[in-house]
Design a protein around this ligand. Sequence first.
Ligand code: PBG
Length: 326
Amino acid sequence: MTGFPQLRLRRLRRTETLRALVRETKVDVKDFVYPLFVVPGNRVSEEVVSMPGIFRHSVDMLPQEVEEIAKLDIPAVLLFGIPEYKDELGTSAYQPEGIIQRATRVLKKTVPDITVITDICLCEYTSHGHCGIIVDGYVDNDKTIGLLAETAISHAEAGADIVAPSDMMDGRVGAIRQALDKNGLQHIPILSYAAKYASAFYGPFREVAESTLQFGDRKSYQMDPPNWREALREVEQDISEGADIVMVKPALAYLDIISRVRDAFNHPIAAYNVSGEFMMVKAAAQHGWLDEKLIILEILTAIKRAGADIIITYHAKEAAHWLLSE
Ligand code: PBG
């Protein structure tokens, strides 16, 4: 008995109960990380025009926000900060009273159980918007990684549970690991943005984070979208330097990369469902052109099916609502 008519794959699809019994991938609220944008000021909660439902909050508004997140069972947040001032060296990234450091303390005090992941990068803090220090018009790798390591220490000292370098410099994971260990922070894991592509899908984020470039582009450090073998080398490099979790970013146009990393490595994988991916769905849904709930759950399921353990997504709250009411 090998084929049709004995073999009928439709048998297991006849009812929802049968389909649920053989379902291979289930998205869970516990997979989600919700990005949070923190801005200077007081009593600020402003919605991002191109990202409906996503707000930029001042530090004093964070307790309310994180309580809502925790109530939805979302286990983790990823913090991005917009500093009061920017300069060539991104100095406000690594000050004890910096925006992320203050935000982290408030979040951990309000909900001690929430996992706070901090984005380690200079692009929100530099006047030129690049992810590192500029020397002769070029982002200088080795000068940058020292500052990233300093930033990581100050985040961890403020209470961050995981640090997540997103700059794509070579050697930054190793530099951060060494610096953390030297400062008694050997228990803090590194989630590296390992395969991060120079993608047009970050458009809305750069407005939110005010990290639009004053000159050039990020192609000399972020990856070239046509490359997949190089992604495996990037992941390998970060793992060899001590990354505990590796990220693929963006997610949706890069599901093949997630899947190849899953096949090649045993480390946990995070996928970043980025701002442009979020915005496209929202724009279409606002026109009534798509069924928003079905589309979002399908997208999140696809990212998990490709091999991601952790999904960083602006959809986390709405998806949590839907998943909890199922
Ligand atoms: C850089 C960083 C970026 C994002 C996360 N970290 C932007 C960039 O590299 O230009 C993008 C996130 C998104 O688009 O949702 N610190």
